[in-house]
Design a protein around this ligand. Sequence first.
Ligand SMILES: [Zn+2]
Length: 285
Amino acid sequence: MFGRHKSVIVIGLLWIVAVFSGVITERFQDSQTTRLTFLSVGQGDCTVFQHQGATILVDVGPASEYSDAGARLVTPALKRLGVGRIDMVILTHPDADHVGGLVAISKRFGIGRLVMAHHFRSKPEVSELLAKARIADTDVIWSDGDQTVQVRAFHLRMLTPEWQPGEPDNDGSIVVQIGDGKASSILSGDASALEEQEVVEEMGKIHSQILKTGHHGSRHSSCESWVKAVAPEYAVISVGRNNRYGHPAPEVVDRLRKAHVRMLRTDQQGDIQFVVGKKGFELEK
Ligand SMILES: [Zn+2]
């Protein structure tokens, strides 16, 4: 499913390397620290990866007609993290709890490239979103198969499943693996157990220190074979306080507990940050 189309995104590589020759201002004095921050954005996802001056977001938080986490939470959080420009935004799939914050964020920050799964390209809501965020089609990488963006020592591997219109958007989610050989994390958007099992069957090696649990800890994700194959030290559950879906599901919490995985929840802990140390990703106290 993922092996059919395999490539390293060279444009991404050259372009991200170019970031490092930029002028580093006072605001970026701490930019050498590599951080992975799971922002507390309510019922939705937004993860920020910072490495040697480059900033990559995986999803951008939720927005509805009543509230916009992009303006209210993500923008101030990015300022606190010293972000002046976003080099790449990867949107796992086009549900509002993952892409809603894009318009507000694009008003405050320059965005270099956007990555979305090619199979969502023809969706009217995707064109509408890109138009509102003023992102040109030429700045979008329409991901397909197994692709990697190299950012210095780190790779961002993006696995885009095969997906047909009519199937749930969740199962078209891009699975993102971030790592440098020692530090490692895997993020699977809202992929269900079906997609998780396909990744396990096809990719094999997916062991990661940090698992961002799929679909906010829903009972349809984080299946036993996925948890076993990833064998994480930490599971990060990005979830809204008292959310109406009952996330995370008790059976998922139970499964992770039995696997001796340390669970961290954004509704209880707020923003959750890891920095790279001797043991790879280490939880920032
Ligand atoms: Zn979601």
